[in-house]
Design a protein around this ligand. Sequence first.
Ligand code: UD1
Length: 365
Amino acid sequence: MFEVTLVAGARPNFMKIAPMLRALRNTPFVPLLVHTGQHYDAGMSDIFFRQLGIPNPDVSLGVGSGRHGQQTARVLESFEEYLLSRPQFPKGVIVVGDVNSTVACSLAACKLGIPVAHIEAGLRSFDRTMPEEINRIITDAISDLLFVSEPSGEDNLRREGISEDKIIYVGNVMIDTLLAQLPAVERVDIRDRFGLEPSSYAVVTLHRPSNVDDAERLTALIDFLLYASERVRIVFAVHPRTRERLSSSGLINKLDNRITLSEPLGYIENLALMRQAKLVLTDSGGMQEETTFLGIPCLTMRANTERPVTVSHGTNTIVGEHITRVYEIFNQVLTEPKRRHTNIPGWDGEASQRIAATLCKRWLD
Ligand code: UD1
């Protein structure tokens, strides 16, 4: 029995660790799950554990919200303490994605000489104003095994001088979860929940600081959503950060009766809603991949993407920096939706198995 530590901190991590925990069950590893507590609400955390069958964390660090430096520092300090409290160091630490918890835990482990595996390595937006981009670059620079989810990841890591033996293309663990949950997703009736006809509505999520923290940008986005709501019904699942900004600016009142607002959705409900949508408008990373896999047109409300395969092989269109462009792109997508569904290597439900097999080879032999 060999202990490995799996780290999860924020909402987009939970769907990536769920299949890893399952895949590791069939190996000599004993996975211990550490929840940093970066996300702590029932709607941002607990529901994902329940729906994805993730066991209660073995350790909860309870760091909560904070400024970037502060939150990252809190995770770094408490995760190091946790590692030092173990009778023996784990064989390795597994981190996923690009959130503050990812970079903090990889740094703590790396400084103690514990091998780190990063799942979803190599993604780059080439936009260093995004906190996630900084987290990606640092995590990849100090991790020992870099599990890559899409072709661009390998190129990016090579360009950064990462040695070839660390780079392992495995495909996308998000799709492992999507496929595992599809039967449950198919049982959810969207009409029941929101009174919607299939293919008649758009799903909206927005939470990036670059969209919601700037009052001018947020106002422009809301004006666009009001315009869009005249053409298609809109369901907007509002992230806590966004709700706070919409409330404090009073913009929330503009949406009344024109847009269906919801609390953040559970994994199953979100996927069920997307699966039957006419299109998705988002700034999320994961939803760009999920819509590509589902063949649902996606408009990404950002200047760039770290997931270019969703544009080249999938259904994603990047709006770009100027919000004025979104009107044109939206109308184009409404009339000529991008519905390509190509097979992307390793987006097949087996990525976590490939990772588990590699970890056995690299950390046990
Ligand atoms: C974080 C990730 C981002 C990911 C997103 C998904 C980083 C740098 N960012 O951004 O990559 O796409 O999660 O949601 O790690 N809050 C709650 N309840 C919670 C969690 C947060 O109310 O359970 C509120 C707090 O007021 C907090 C704000 O949301 O200040 C933002 O949370 P935070 O974790 O700091 O960043 P996100 O914007 O969620």
